[in-house]
Design a protein around this ligand. Sequence first.
Ligand SMILES: NC(=O)c1ccc[n+]([C@@H]2O[C@H](COP(=O)([O-])OP(=O)(O)OC[C@H]3O[C@@H](n4cnc5c(N)ncnc54)[C@H](O)[C@@H]3O)[C@@H](O)[C@H]2O)c1
Length: 277
Amino acid sequence: MKEVVILLGSGSIGQAIARRVGAGKHVVLADLKIENANAAAEILENAGFKTSTVAADLSSRESILNMIEHAQKFGEIKNLINAAGVSPSQAPVATILKVDLYGTAVLLEEVGKVIAEGGSGVIISSQSGHRLGALSEDQNMQLATTPTEELLNLPFLKDIVDTLKAYQHAKRGNVLRVMYEATRWGKRGATINSISPGIIITPLAADELKGPRAEGYLKMLKASPAGRAGTPDEVGDLAEFLMSSRGRFISGADFLIDGGTTAAYWYGDLQYLKKTH
Ligand SMILES: NC(=O)c1ccc[n+]([C@@H]2O[C@H](COP(=O)([O-])OP(=O)(O)OC[C@H]3O[C@@H](n4cnc5c(N)ncnc54)[C@H](O)[C@@H]3O)[C@@H](O)[C@H]2O)c1
């Protein structure tokens, strides 16, 4: 039996993290699209990692439980990486909330019941959650602590009609839920944190940067403090630190990794985006 790493969402960001924390362990590659998990498995196996794949839907408790059962066949679950999600241009409001908000909350709840002593996890949120204005203390409390099966019935979520707003609430919700779950994971001797990336070059983002909205994106990146987009490896390096022995004093925290874009959005050269983003 080995220590097990679960990666849900076997895309570029998830793979970068798995490569940094998966050596000598068994890496479970899970994805809604099994072909994505299989493609990641081929790359990782050829790089010396031990893997298995399983189809899993973040928006379904049954599917999450099936993934956990699969993982436990190989050993104790030591690490969780959630890099699965849908973006505002990929899905309608209801799907974004069901996958990104509800699904992440269920995943944290279920893995939090079985995570190994000394374990750690990261949830990939987004800079988008940092573009939402302040919510009330009550709304924060509700997103953090409402029982998972009641989460999607929160009245202020029912009012959302715009996919970007849905994504922003889901990603803010991830950060708050991680804080709540850190208190539960801590009782098992495990840590859990979130990472909020800015634009990271993945196949999808690379397409956007060549597509019809390329000009707007390039202008935004140029005006950001870093002057460029990020890479999956930079997110991987941060996640590795959080999940390593050096990160044991860090739990329930969110880390923005966006080249300063959020700072420029609120207080600098990107304030023009407030009208549309
Ligand atoms: N790329 C960026 O610029 C960026 C920026 C901020 C946040 N993020 C977040 O990072 C995460 C990973 O994004 P990425 O850029 O690596 O994208 P990606 O498309 O490469 O990977 C996402 C993976 O999630 C899978 N997935 C989608 N819905 C799922 C579901 N219901 N259950 C299980 N798997 C599902 C997809 O099949 C895909 O393999 C997402 O949560 C995204 O919101 C990305």
